[in-house]
Design a protein around this ligand. Structure first.
Ligand code: SPV
Ligand code: MG
Length: 539
């Protein structure tokens, strides 16, 4: 990030300049392998400053060999996704340049068009073979022919910070230090911005020898795949510029996929893998689903102004040692409030109102509007609801502010035709005195498809025999249902309103309008304790 002092705005440094800075900085830099848009984004999210677009990994992810079986345009197409998904620089493993100097010229042009920061060219012949396969039988490029490729690349680039890295394969094919050095100096003279010295030994002897002899200021890059046990400080002490972790994303993806597939194959169920793999919401997050949901509310015509969201989040946290509103507790790096707003936005709800109270100055978001319940300490959720009664002029989704739930709960209640629909969990403990216990006209019966349960009563302490489930704290109302709620709120004497519980209010509401129920089986957490908070991460 750079600050432009004239305009006082921050601008992202060009990717080419970022890579150049990594090569030139005195501290050791690291590039991490990626092979598609997803892995590239993960590299950035992890904190790495740059990406190695590995030929081995990209070809493997396509299910072909690292022998230029994938065409160079297919590689460039992959790079386009990787580059679009990230803001850190990408160094392409450009193999031998996919032909002669002329092919290299066209490659550079296409890479710059896709905002790729640099290319690494290796001094072998097209079609190349991976350095770890039959190294001794591989043939090196003619030095002057390879220098011509480097010059052509440098003359073609339009961004002065685009980097061309020349890769020395002399050690790989069994030649010694003097061949490696002669080539490295020749490539540096031809304009290479960095030299990559490759070795297939299990110890870093080739690299040590090379670094002791290398007198040029051109930075040196290494790929310690085979000498992986060498302490990284040894690379620092040798004066290496950049280390490439060349294939560890694709290798870990492969073993993780194999483990999951084997388990599912053998057990014929998903239940043993569900909690061990990334959740679908992790995938949505990495895809940027939030941004699209936000944009839809801004750009899609008439986007659900007929449905609003209300979150009742005024109450104080009862979790020991944690200050601040419960809704701001972080689950997977995002506040509970943001998770809720994401869910609502996904269902096209543009206007979301949050009633806050406890530590209200700590509850901030530019995605919602706030209404304050300053008497939160002595009043109930029904008081909070009454403060936003005027906003109940449309259909609405109303929720408690401290619940983490599966987004399909909203789908379940929105697709129910009833005017007031509560989400009720049938998998609740039945002997507590603080849960919103529901007695419904019909208990959950998975064998009976045509169920139409309605609320009989809701109370916080109920005879276990009467309990059909627990109110999750999430409901939807149609416009008619919203009006019924407004009328019911208005009918409660002011002296009772402040302390009326939600169960008492909903029971009262059920006397004026049918309050329907959709049953769910788990999939949510009401965050009241530290262990609830931990459990919220698995929802
Ligand atoms: C790659 O990652 O594709 C490389 C490094 O070129 S290596 O596989 O070690 O040759
Ligand atoms: Mg390669």
């Amino acid at each position: 990030m750079m600050i432009d002092l004239q305009t006082n705005t921050t601008t992202q440094q060009r990717k080419t300049s970022q890579l150049r800075a990594l090569f030139q900085r005195p501290e050791l830099a690291f590039l991490m392998e990626a092979h598609n848009g997803l892995s590239a984004r993960l590299v950035e999210e992890t904190g790495f400053a740059g990406i190695w677009a590995s030929g081995l990994a990209i070809s493997a992810s396509m299910g072909v060999r690292d022998n230029n079986e994938a065409s160079w345009t297919q590689v460039v197409d992959t790079l386009e996704f990787m580059s679009d998904a990230t803001s850190i620089p990408i160094l392409l493993d450009g193999d031998t340049g996919y032909g002669n100097f002329n092919n290299v010229r066209r490659l550079i042009k296409k890479l710059e068009q896709r905002d790729i920061a640099g290319v690494c060219l290796e001094d072998k012949l097209f079609p190349k073979t991976n350095s770890f396969l039959n190294g001794e039988q591989q043939e090196l490029a003619d030095v002057s022919e390879f220098c011509g490729k480097i010059k052509a690349a440098k003359d073609t680039q339009s961004d002065p910070d685009f980097s061309v890295v020349a890769r020395i394969e002399a050690f790989i094919v069994g030649m010694g230090l003097s061949e490696a050095l002669d080539r490295a100096y020749a490539y540096a003279d031809a304009g290479a911005d960095a030299i990559l010295v490759h070795s297939k030994k299990a110890v870093p002897d080739d690299i040590v020898e090379f670094m002791q002899a290398w007198k040029s200021p051109v930075p040196v890059v290494i790929v310690p795949t085979k000498y992986y046990a060498t302490p990284t400080d040894q690379f620092r002490n040798m004066g290496i510029s950049t280390v490439i972790w060349a294939n560890h994303s694709i290798r870990s993806a492969m073993s993780a996929m194999q483990t999951t597939m084997k388990t599912i194959y053998e057990t014929e169920t998903l239940k043993d893998v569900e909690n061990k793999i990334s959740s679908v919401s992790d995938i949505f997050r990495i895809q940027g689903a939030d941004e699209l949901a936000e944009a839809e509310t801004q750009y899609l015509p008439g986007y659900n102004t007929q449905l609003s969201g209300i979150i009742l989040a005024a109450g104080a946290s009862r979790i020991d040692g944690l200050s601040g509103p419960k809704s701001m507790l972080s689950v997977h790096g995002k506040s509970i409030l943001d998770h809720q707003v994401d869910h609502l936005k996904r269902f096209g709800i543009g206007q979301v109102t949050v009633v806050r109270g406890h530590d209200k100055e700590k509850m901030v978001s530019d995605r919602v509007s706030f209404v304050d319940n300053d008497a939160y300490a002595t009043t109930s959720e029904v008081q909070s609801l009454s403060l936003v009664a005027d906003r109940l002029d449309t259909a609405a989704v109303i929720s408690y502010g401290d619940i983490v739930y599966k987004h399909y709960f909203i789908h379940e209640c929105l697709s129910h035709p009833g005017d007031v629909v509560l989400v009720v969990d049938v998998e609740c403990a039945k002997t507590d005195t603080w849960r919103d216990y529901v007695q419904a006209s019909e208990a959950f019966n998975p064998m009976q498809l045509q169920q139409a349960p309605t609320l009989v009563q809701m109370v916080r302490a109920m005879n276990p025999d009467q309990i059909t489930g627990e109110f999750v704290g999430l409901m939807k109302t149609t416009k008619t249902g919203s009006r019924a709620i407004q009328a019911a709120l208005a009918s409660v004497p002011e002296s009772e309103l402040a302390t009326m519980t939600m169960p008492a209010f909903l029971t009262r509401l059920s006397q004026t309008i049918a309050v329907h129920i959709v049953y769910v089986q788990g999939g949510w957490v009401d965050v009241n304790t530290l262990s609830d908070w931990t459990a919220a991460a698995d929802v």
